[in-house]
Design a protein around this ligand. Structure first.
Ligand code: PHE
Length: 448
């Protein structure tokens, strides 16, 4: 396909907004803090940072290169770049990943809507300061209908956006809401810092205890890094396919990975001091953020207003991420199965409703929806990042490092020699993705 045949982002800024929009979402605000709590704090964060620079950044560039050079979504891009080979099959891991992720993502997206509604009802105002927010979260999330209804609302909003093709509108929206989310997190970080006993939280965040690192921790950190940066499942391949040849892949990748990491770290700095100050159990899993935030809101001036703005901007961040997930599934169905756009989105809604419902109901105490003692929610959450995204990312770096010609990689990174990218940067990223990333990913996969 010629450049002019495929629509492109209007500006560099638009590309960055879309990529950051995909990357920053529930992964940063909801998933990262709860994994930090489950995996012992500072040591996990250090490993996460190391993996993000040495592994995820090169994977990001690799997906970008495949997308822009292949000019199609995952399966098609592999087919265009390696015609007549079986490489296109690796695109199918992305469909599995989308399907698993969208199921629990919709449930948590629904939780954010519920908390937004609660904040309108002043449930996090100073008057609510004595409430047991842990009990109210588990009462809500283990219920039957309420979480399902909110999940459904999330799915419909998301599908509406994709069907009407108003992603552009969402981009315009996220352009404003992302900075709002950012500022609000800073406000929460500041409020948390002055809570009594906040020091214990900082110690937890910044004083690593390396005895806490197990192969399971390494796997969780790697999987989370891919999840948070939307890697290993073709989202960046698709976005990359819309990017103009003159755009600088390395700098877009560094900006997106950097901002994503910043959001995650700040979220942890907002949550953890409060966790220790209010005596919340750090290792309680997916509920952590929803239990902890209300304590902060109800202990600050204008708490209800801050809470409302926070959950609204979190919702928008979640939608701009979910759009990219639906887009991966939709473009696969459209390009490979020749479905219409409407049918493709309908199929995605159907799968979200059915499997999202199973995820949500699996959280009920004594629910039979468990496999090997794990709820389907936890199972989908863990398997998707730890295995499916990780294997997807491995195939992506192997493709760019070993199947593609190095000259083609260089050509993409330097936009055909039109932009000046210092040679050592392009080389370093190349060796990271050719040797370091595959070896590290393989080692972690084998030993866990
Ligand atoms: N990165 C998104 C988040 O942090 C989730 C996501 C994963 C989106 C994979 C697209 C692909 O919430």
């Amino acid at each position: 396909m010629k450049e002019s045949d495929r629509s492109s982002f209007g500006s560099k800024f638009g590309v960055i907004v879309a990529m950051v929009g995909s990357a920053v979402g529930l992964g940063n605000i909801w998933r990262f803090p709860y994994l930090v709590g489950e995996n012992g704090g500072a040591a996990f964060i250090l490993v996460y940072l190391l993996f993000s620079v040495l592994i995820s950044l090169p994977v990001f560039c690799a997906e970008f290169v495949i997308g822009r050079r292949g000019r199609a979504s995952a399966v098609g891009a592999f087919r265009n770049l390696a015609p007549g080979t079986k490489w296109y099959l690796s695109g199918f891991t992305s469909i599995l990943a989308v399907f698993l992720i969208l199921s629990f993502y919709s449930v948590v997206g629904g939780w954010s809507i519920k908390y937004m509604v609660d904040s309108i009802q002043m449930k996090f105002s100073a008057a609510a300061a004595g409430t047991d927010f842990g009990a109210s979260f588990s009462g809500f999330s283990t219920g039957i209908w309420e979480p399902l209804i909110y999940m459904f609302i999330f799915i419909i909003i998301n599908a509406g956006v994709v069907i009407m093709g108003v992603e552009k509108g969402i981009e315009r929206f996220s352009k404003w809401m992302m900075p709002v989310l950012f500022v609000l997190i800073l406000v929460l970080v500041a409020r948390s810092a002055f809570l009594p006993g906040a020091g214990v939280g900082y110690e937890y965040l910044f004083k690593p205890d390396f005895s806490k690192i197990t192969t399971q921790t390494l796997m969780a950190a790697l999987g989370q890094s891919f999840f948070s940066m939307s890697l290993g499942m073709g989202a960046i391949i698709i976005y990359g396919s819309y990017v103009k040849k003159s755009d600088n892949i390395a700098s877009h990748s560094v900006i997106t990975v950097g901002l994503d990491t910043l959001f995650a770290l700040l979220a942890a700095c907002a949550i953890m001091p409060a966790v220790f100050s209010f005596g919340v159990e750090p290792g309680q899993g997916p509920g952590l953020v929803f239990v902890t935030l209300p304590y902060i809101f109800s202990n600050m001036p204008l708490g209800s207003l801050v809470a409302f703005l926070f959950f609204l901007s979190l919702l928008l961040a979640a939608i701009s991420s979910a759009i990219s997930l639906v887009e991966v599934m939709a473009s696969f169905l459209i390009e490979e199965m020749h479905c219409s756009r409407r049918l493709a989105v309908f199929i995605s809604i159907l799968s979200q409703v059915v499997f999202g419902t199973l995820c949500s109901l699996s959280l009920r105490p004594g629910s039979p929806l468990t496999i090997g003692g794990m709820s389907i929610f936890d199972l989908f959450d863990k398997i998707s990042s730890d295995y499916v995204l990780t294997i997807g990312a491995l195939l992506i770096v192997l493709f760019v490092g070993w199947k593609m010609k190095k000259a083609d990689y260089m050509d993409e990174m330097t936009s055909g020699g039109t932009i000046h990218l210092p040679k050592w940067i392009a080389e370093t990223i190349y060796w990271l993705l050719k040797v370091v990333a595959p070896l590290a990913i393989l080692t972690i996969l084998i030993f866990s």
